[in-house]
Design a protein around this ligand. Structure first.
Ligand code: URA
Length: 214
């Protein structure tokens, strides 16, 4: 399936991202390394997802002369990690954009139905005036992403981008169908989902590997 034809998907092929992702896929990686790598890739993906932010020129004074120089204009950012695993991206992103606001979205997957169940949703008030960067390392069925997007839109969000580490074609198609206005950034599109809803070849359960809970 050529997902790029149906979904606005940006596959981040940067060598640093690809190298770090390969390390993360390896089953023997320690919890500490996995968490560190997720943080680093979060920073690199933040660089990509903000690549087209508008700039405006301002007057400044250097120690040598007055000049005009660009700063970021337009909407300010909200980072919105889907808990738990989305939190793994957050620190890397905040290192690059320290002034961003943060929304926390608590969802878990019902193991039987794979449906997303909401247990927590806390956002800044001014969702409508900001660009929301929604993040979750694994875009598997797409149910969690769609539930999070629905919750954000219900609370006023107008512009949402989704950042993940790995995407399954099924998840991309699902998000495209429900939310064609949400562009997606991912480090890779894997082969498929297995019968338990895991991405193949994937990297296993991102939350468990990040927190050492398995
Ligand atoms: N969530 C994960 O952590 N891993 C998968 O493969 C799918 C969903």
């Amino acid at each position: 399936m050529d997902v790029s034809a149906t979904v606005q998907v940006h596959v981040v092929g940067h060598p640093l991202v690809q190298h770090k992702l390969t390390l993360m896929r390896e089953a023997g990686q320690s919890t500490k390394s996995f968490r560190q790598l997720l943080n680093e890739i979060g920073m690199l993906l933040c660089y990509e997802v903000t690549r087209d932010l508008p700039l405006q020129m301002i007057d400044i004074e250097t120690p040598v002369a007055r000049t005009q120089s660009p700063v970021i204009a337009g909407k300010k950012l909200i980072f919105a990690p889907i808990l738990r695993a989305g939190a793994g991206f957050l620190d890397g992103m905040l290192d690059l954009v320290p002034s961003a606001r943060v929304a926390h979205i608590g969802l878990y997957r019902d193991p039987e139905t794979l449906a997303a169940v909401e247990y927590y949703f806390k956002t800044p008030q001014d969702l409508a005036e900001r660009l929301v960067i929604l993040m979750d390392p694994m875009l598997a069925t797409g149910n969690s992403a769609n539930a999070a997007i629905k919750g954000l839109k219900k609370r006023g969000a107008k512009e949402i981008r989704f950042v993940c580490l790995l995407a399954a074609p099924e998840g991309l198609a699902n998000v495209r169908h429900e939310n064609p206005d949400v562009a997606i950034w991912t480090a890779a599109v894997d082969e498929r989902l297995n019968e338990h809803g895991y991405i193949v070849p994937g990297l296993g359960d991102a939350g468990d590997r990040m927190f050492g809970t398995k």
